[in-house]
Every structure is written in C-alpha cells, then in structure tokens.
Design a protein around this ligand. Structure first.
Ligand SMILES: *[C@@H]1O[C@H](CO)[C@@H](O)[C@H](O)[C@H]1NC(C)=O
Ligand SMILES: *[C@@H]1O[C@H](CO)[C@@H](O)[C@H](O)[C@H]1NC(C)=O
Length: 233
C-alpha cells in the first residue's frame, strides 16, 4: 500500500491532467486492531478508549478564507484517505510516512488540485482507498461545519452508514513544526464508522499568518495519519 500511494503521488508530481474518474472499487480491508497509537511525551492528547479499526494516510488540502481582521480561518478540508496495512505501523518508516508523502504532494505543480489527486488515485487503483475526508454542515446544530470521514464510495461502497462526523475534543499544536496543523482527538457526532478519530503526524496545512481581507479562499496542502478507533465496522 505504501508504495502504491507513493506511485500515485509521484505520478501526480509529473502528471499535468487527470481524466475524469470512472472506476470505483472496494478495498481489501486489513486488521489493524493490534496497532497502537503512541502519543509522544509532551503531546497532551488523551489515550484512545477504543482499539484501532482503520488506519489512514490523509493527503489533501486544508481550506481557509481571509477574515475582515486579516487572518485566515479554517473553512474545511478535502482529502483522500489511503488505507495503511501490512503491519506498516510496526515499521520504522511509519514515523516518516507523512513526511515522505508530504514531500511529494507539496512539490506537485500548483495546478494540481486535491480533487485531481483523488481522481488519479481512483483511476490508478481505487482498491487501496478507504474513503474521503471533507466538511459538512454540522448535522446536530444545523450550522457551522463539522469534519466528516466518508467510506461509502470505497471501503464500504454502497453502504450509506459507513461514515463518521466528528466533534473536536482535544486540539494540540503539532510537536514537529509551526507549519504543521494541530494534532486532534475527535469523537463521533453522528455515524458509526468510528467512536474516536485521531489526527496525528501532520505535515503542512497551516495558512500564512496574515492576509488581505477580501482575498480568495486558499487551499494548503497537508498530509496526516488518521486513526479510526472503535465503531461498528
Ligand atoms: C476545500 O478545497 C477543495 C480543494 O482542495 C475543494 O474541492 C473543496 O470543495 C473545498 N471545501 C470547502 C468546504 O471549502
Ligand atoms: C458514539 O460513541 C459512543 C461510545 O463512545 C456511543 O455510546 C454512541 O452511541 C455513539 N454515537 C453515535 C451517534 O453513534
């Protein structure tokens, strides 16, 4: 899986255009229940209450708009979530996985969008895609945005229940760099794909410190590990 995602990303670095996606498929799902999320000392994320059900490599963008105060505010994200299998979590490469994929993704031509990246992955080999991550209107309050992980088109194609909308519980600065988005713990707001979601080992995704009010939405590339704990799948 790791090499496949590198191939997808590497081919993106040289591809100029991707044709529209036609393929869909379902992943061969692997058992990651023995994978343990290790939280580095000094990172104030609580330990998970559930075992890992899915382990995903997220590759995409964080979206920001410029406020009237001249700072960027997060208005969503769009990412493909690739399945991590084969005991990769036991390998030393695991720690470097988001760095490696970020090195490729962040160097892809600026014309390449997250949706083109997703299309290409789906054309080349949809079988190692778990699903997509994006934002929706908060389904409980009906206002504001909430993050969703949606496996209904890939890992559980055709099963409308295969999603989770998360509610942020803990948000800590990335221990790696100021340019990396925060590490998070979220719980299930709606959906049964997971009871808890962790976003860790983030690379990139932070906006510039200031902006000119009225400037357009920006898309900042990032990679992250997503841990999906518990759930009913
Ligand atoms: C976020 O950005 C992606 C492009 O990377 C876009 O396709 C998507 O619609 C955007 N979502 C939101 C909520 O702005
Ligand atoms: C969310 O997870 C908790 C367990 O952590 C469970 O009791 C609850 O029913 C779940 N909520 C939904 C909407 O599935």
């Amino acid at each position: 899986m790791f090499f496949k995602s590198i191939i997808v990303l590497a081919s993106f670095a040289s591809a100029s255009m991707a044709a529209p996606a036609t393929a869909t498929g379902s992943s061969a799902l692997c058992d990651v229940s023995s994978a343990t999320l290790s939280i580095p000392s000094g990172v104030a994320l609580p330990a998970p209450d559930f075992k890992a059900t899915f382990l995903g490599l997220g590759v995409g963008t964080q979206n920001y708009t410029c406020t009237s105060g001249g700072t960027y505010t997060n208005v969503g994200a769009y990412a493909e979530v690739y399945q991590l299998c084969s005991g990769i979590y036991k390998s030393p490469i695991f720690e470097d996985l988001t760095s490696l994929t970020f090195a490729i993704w962040s160097n892809a031509p600026s014309s390449v969008s997250a949706s083109e990246l997703i299309e290409l992955g789906e054309i080349l080999d949809p079988s190692f895609i778990l699903g997509e991550h994006y934002f929706v209107t908060n389904p409980v309050t009906g206002s504001g945005l909430a993050p969703k992980w949606d496996f209904t088109s890939h890992a559980f194609a055709g099963n409308p229940a295969a999603y989770v909308v998360g509610s942020k519980v803990t948000d800590v600065p990335a221990p790696t760099s100021k340019s990396d988005i925060d590490w998070l713990e979220l719980t299930n707001l709606t959906g049964t794909l997971a009871n808890e979601i962790y976003r860790v080992e983030t690379r990139g995704g932070q906006p510039p410190a200031s902006c000119v009010p009225g400037s357009p939405e920006i898309y900042i590339r990032y990679t992250a590990l997503y841990w999906f704990m518990g759930g009913s799948f």
